[in-house]
Design a protein around this ligand. Structure first.
Ligand code: NAI
Length: 243
């Protein structure tokens, strides 16, 4: 399978799942652009991408309309019109529901849901044909204590994905990947409580996923083998959610 000649965008592509997806697309020959939030790992990731094909990185907050438009403008000018757009950037905030501040709730919704809206809207405006992928979460289907804002944002991502799949057919196929827990900085002990991490392991496969295991699904969904797949929420989750 080759994506040579195609331009791909991955938001939040400097590390973690986004980086693995960006590298998988670049490995298949795509020119890949990543954005990130002032991520110090972006330069090293860019060098890895450029080993495969032309690439670019840019700090752009996906919650900010002007920055998202500026990022897409630069990608189109330097790498060409995108044919694959992956809305991956996301943040997590863990707190007891009653102690969640309006500011924390709003920031999670702004990055995860408004960020997906802005990214996919820009994709819809500029793509003629192609694939849009969103990165949701199994928690967007299941819900989870102490993660209400995050779960609400990901439930919104799933609904948005389905609506887009209907509206952008047949030229643009739109699917969500709903990962289970994946070993990244987001699931490090600095980011999540021991209780939450223990829950993450209570699945049939009883392990964290690897970013490359999410990237393998993204690569499939971006490629010719997935030409009859749209509007789906595809769990890559070790069995945490079965639907
Ligand atoms: P991570 O924290 O390892 O990396 C996040 C990346 O997004 C970084 O490059 C960061 O700079 C970028 N980013 C954060 N806020 C941004 C913003 N406002 N604008 C632009 N870029 C921004 O995260 P991870 O684990 O790789 O997660 C990626 C996606 O996968 C997220 O949407 C997350 O919710 C989702 N996910 C992750 C799971 C996990 O267990 N790690 C499970 C299910 C879903």
């Amino acid at each position: 399978m080759t994506l040579a000649g195609q331009t791909a965008i991955v938001t939040g592509g400097a590390r973690g799942i986004g980086k693995a997806i960006a590298l998988a697309l670049a490995g298949a020959g795509a020119r890949v652009a990543i954005c990130h939030y002032q991520d110090p790992q972006a330069g090293a990731t860019l060098a890895e991408l450029q080993a495969h094909a032309p690439a670019l990185e840019m700090s752009a907050d996906v919650a900010d309309e002007a920055q998202v438009i500026g990022f897409f403008d630069r990608v189109e000018a330097e790498l060409g019109r995108p044919g694959i757009v992956v809305s991956n950037a996301g943040i997590l905030h863990e707190a007891p529901f009653a102690e969640t501040s309006v500011e924390d709730f709003d920031r999670v919704i702004a990055v995860n849901l408004r960020g997906t809206f802005l990214t996919t809207r820009e994709a819809a405006r500029r793509m003629e044909k192609g694939r849009i992928l969103t990165i949701a979460s199994d928690l967007g289907l299941l819900g989870r204590e102490r993660l209400g804002s995050y779960c609400a944002s990901k439930g919104g991502v799933i609904s948005l994905t389905r609506s887009l799949a209907r509206e952008l057919a047949p030229d643009i196929l739109v699917n969500a990947i709903a990962p289970g827990s994946v070993a990244t900085d987001m699931t490090s002990p600095e980011s999540m409580s021991a209780e939450a991490l223990a829950k993450d392991l209570a699945t049939p496969l009883a392990r964290f996923g690897k970013p490359e295991e999410i990237a393998a699904m993204a690569l499939f969904l971006a490629g010719p083998g997935a030409g009859f797949v749209t509007g789906q929420v595809i769990g890559v989750n070790g069995g945490s959610a079965m639907y």
